[in-house]
Ligand binder design. Structure first.
Ligand code: PGA
Length: 248
């Protein structure tokens, strides 16, 4: 039985006050039956880590450099995230792939950096609407996942969370139906299984894209959906916590 995982990706929202109130409410709540992570903007990470210390809530960055250290203005390394208390990090979110042109190779290098520094990478994959409509969904997600398998090895997936996030469902209010999401999750799991069935059986594959309190339970009830990566609904403690409850 895979333990469910729910992450809140705040994107570029909030303030110090909002971050502290939101993290405070999540730490207070009883979410022990599910693994919960929050991904605040970089400037709020340190305080969030302090607030979550001693709890089971993990804190993570929304991105990480593919480099170890050096002259990379604006970048944040995996070692730095670890240094301020992070336990996890997003890699290859579609907004990074789309607006910052992150390639599959860069995303794989980011996952490798995270692993080297003891962070749980949350590897995001997903197709655009054009790709889905053009019948290329399977090719795109398998290429994105395959790049990380090739770079990091299948054994790394004992420590990686995979997030399937169809780009057309992110922030659009348009959710993949439970059956549509399940189809892709099963595909991703079978790709992992072709390298190692045991690891494929234990890797958490979570869904992201307009998950709300009203649709979470049905999505999480699918055989291969092990939780969710939540954007908009992660900005309200009550919504986020009710999604966590749907996973628990
Ligand atoms: P959304 O975002 O829940 O607002 O669609 C999900 C994500 O981008 O991780």
């Amino acid at each position: 039985m895979r333990r469910k995982w729910v992450g809140g990706n705040w994107k570029m929202h909030g303030s110090r006050a909002m971050a502290s109130a939101l993290v405070g409410a999540i730490v207070e709540a009883k979410t022990d039956t599910v693994d919960v992570a929050v991904f605040p903007p970089f400037p709020y990470l340190r305080e969030a880590c302090a607030a979550c210390a001693g709890s089971r809530i993990a804190v993570g960055g929304q991105d990480v450099s593919e480099h170890e250290s050096g002259a990379f203005t604006g970048e944040v390394s995996a070692a730095m995230l670890r240094d301020v208390g992070c336990g996890t990090v997003l890699a290859g979110h579609s907004e990074r792939r789309q607006y910052h042109h992150e390639s599959d190779g860069q995303v794989a290098a980011k996952v490798a950096q995270a692993l080297t520094h003891g962070l749980t990478p949350v590897l995001c994959v997903g197709e655009t609407l054009d790709e889905r409509d053009g019948g290329r969904m399977a090719e795109v997600v398998s290429r994105q996942l395959g790049a990380v398998i090739a770079h990091c090895g299948i054994v790394a997936f004992e420590r990686i969370v995979v997030a399937y996030e169809p780009v057309w469902a992110i922030g659009t209010g348009r959710t993949a139906s439970p059956a549509q999401a399940q189809e892709v999750h099963a595909l991703l799991r079978s790709q992992l299984a072709s390298d190692d069935a045991r690891i494929a059986g234990s890797t958490r594959i979570v869904y992201g894209g307009s998950v709300k309190p009203g649709n979470a339970a049905e999505l999480f009830a699918q055989a291969d959906i092990d939780g969710g990566l939540i954007g908009g609904a992660a900005l309200q403690a009550t919504d986020f916590l009710s999604i966590c409850a749907a996973a628990g």
